[in-house]
Design a protein around this ligand. Structure first.
Ligand SMILES: Cc1cc2nc3c(=O)[nH]c(=O)nc-3n(C[C@H](O)[C@H](O)[C@H](O)COP(=O)(O)OP(=O)(O)OC[C@H]3O[C@@H](n4cnc5c(N)ncnc54)[C@H](O)[C@@H]3O)c2cc1C
Length: 466
């Protein structure tokens, strides 16, 4: 894997020379639709067929929790394009149609209801599933796996009747659903086996204000608590946990994302340690003329080279574009990732880049911490919020290796994007301590919180060494 990603020899060029023939794409999510656009951009004459199990493509699943929470008033607003737009773009989408097998030698796929279909290039964008909670009661009515927008519309009506809900696991999607359900006025319980929320990626000091705000919103948090069973007589009535029974009308199952890789594995494609399909920087798999993109694939972390799977919708879309461009005869590389992330959680927004202290410690990576609490805009300007910034740097070179933040509504996303680039291009605490920043009372404070954190870190280190 390393040699694929270490140095890119690929010169990006979107246009191919019109030899794509027929590209079959399995998956109509962010990666599949990105791939379809990529093929067409490289070769407008290419035949592109997309198979999806769902009734729709081109909607934002990311918006579903905000409709449930009442911030967005209508599911229709989540649709980004209508079906005719794809017909007009020459992309043939086969809805509610499952691909059941791949023959990479014959270059065919088997499609339910269609039989054997040939391809010149195949792009797998089969995405992810929630990990099976693997406890009794998994077949009861009242278990909600948030994903498909049509199902979400039905579940939204059910939510009007729900008194007590349990969210199983404080994953990114779990976080959004705790906030949404509490916001909707439902008595909401969170059950998670770890000592704090989002423990797989965020540090406890970043999550503490979020947990406090959930409690203020009325949510009840059950950490260090394992799910043992869904209980009920046909319909869910309670959750059994290691700490006792929790009555519930609804369980939102937000277990971690696992790659949907069954088709690829059955076809003999190489699968990596995360369960994701192994790809090179062209998003090409181990089988000739077969590409993979999105949450079904794994991509190395830019610093550690540890493979990562189940990133975000924006990663999936960008990978799809690359896979599609290359399948269409163009030339484009997808680079190792530095993972900017962010999400509203409770009354705050959290985010970061690369990794935090918990992950660094688990991987045995040495680091020093530089942190500060700054403000999002001038302290006298209405709507000002605190922003806590925590930077991790290599103890010797002081090169930035990760960052995490929690704070008020604005600016976390932009800082996460910026800090991911800072990690990628090797910026140090010295660089960040002396960075230039925008100051305008309504949108930014005189002192940029990132710079303050770096300055504090350098001061602390100088104090230690003197
Ligand atoms: C509720 C929710 C909130 C989210 N919030 C965010 C967010 O805030 N930010 C963000 O960046 N991302 C968010 N995401 C995106 C998400 O986390 C993933 O990163 C994204 O869905 C990955 O896209 P994908 O195309 O790889 O896979 P998927 O979206 O899983 O799409 C897979 C596609 O493959 C199809 N498929 C699978 N197997 C077959 C088969 N055998 N035959 C035919 N079709 C098949 C499926 O029908 C589907 O069309 C959210 C997702 C959800 C559900």
């Amino acid at each position: 894997m390393d040699s694929f990603w270490a140095t890119s020899l690929i010169v990006d060029g979107e246009r191919g020379c019109g030899v794509a023939g027929r590209t079959v794409i399995v998956g109509g999510g962010a990666a599949g639709i990105g791939a379809a656009g990529g093929v067409k951009a490289a070769d407008p004459g290419a035949e592109v067929v997309v198979y999806t199990q769902y009734e729709d493509v081109a909607y934002s699943p990311c918006g579903i929790p905000y409709v449930h929470g009442g911030e967005i008033d209508d599911f229709q607003k989540l649709f980004l394009a209508d079906k005719q737009a794809y017909v007009d773009a020459g992309i043939d989408i086969r809805y509610e149609t499952e691909v059941t097998a791949i023959d990479t030698r014959a270059r065919t796929v088997t499609v339910a209801g269609e039989g054997t279909v040939g391809y010149d290039q195949l792009i797998l964008a089969t995405g992810w599933d929630y990990a099976d909670p693997d406890v009794p009661g998994g077949d009861l009515t009242g278990l909600y796996y948030v994903k498909n927008i049509r199902k979400a519309m039905e579940w939204d009506k059910v939510l009007d009747t729900v008194q007590r809900a349990v969210v199983v696991h404080a994953s990114p999607l779990g976080l959004e659903m705790v906030t949404a359900l509490a916001h909707r006025g439902i008595e909401t319980h969170l059950v998670d086996p770890n000592p704090w929320a989002l423990a797989e990626m965020a540090d406890p000091d970043i999550m503490a204000p979020v947990e406090e705000s959930w409690r203020e919103m009325g949510a009840v948090l059950h950490f260090n608590t394992t799910l043992e069973a869904f209980v009920g007589d046909g319909v869910l009535s309670a959750i059994r946990t290691s700490s006792g029974m929790l009555p519930a009308d609804l369980a939102v199952v937000a277990t971690h994302k696992v790659p949907s890789n069954a088709l690829a594995a059955k076809a003999g494609l190489k699968i990596g340690s995360t369960g994701g399909i192994i790809v090179d920087e062209r998003m090409a798999t181990s089988a000739e003329a077969v590409f993979a993109a999105g949450d079904c694939a794994e991509i190395p972390h830019g610093l550690t080279r540890v493979p990562l799977q189940g990133l975000t919708g924006s990663h999936a879309y960008a990978q799809g574009k690359v896979a599609g461009t290359n399948a269409g005869g163009g030339s484009r590389a997808y680079r190792a990732v530095y993972v900017p992330w962010g999400t509203p959680a409770g009354k705050w927004v959290i985010g970061g880049a690369s990794f935090g202290e918990t992950t660094a410690t688990a991987l045995g990576i040495p680091y020093v911490v530089a942190s500060a609490e700054g403000i999002s805009r001038a302290r006298y300007y209405p709507g000002v919020h605190k922003i806590k910034v925590k930077l991790l740097a290599d103890p010797t070179s002081l090169r930035l290796i990760g960052a995490q933040m929690v704070g008020g509504g604005e600016g976390i996303k932009e800082r996460a994007d910026y800090l991911a680039m800072a990690v990628k291009f090797g910026m140090t605490l010295h660089d960040l301590a002396t960075m230039e920043n925008v100051y305008s009372p309504a949108i930014g404070a005189l002192n940029e919180p990132i710079a303050l954190a770096a300055q504090n870190g350098l001061n602390a280190l100088a104090g230690k060494s003197s």
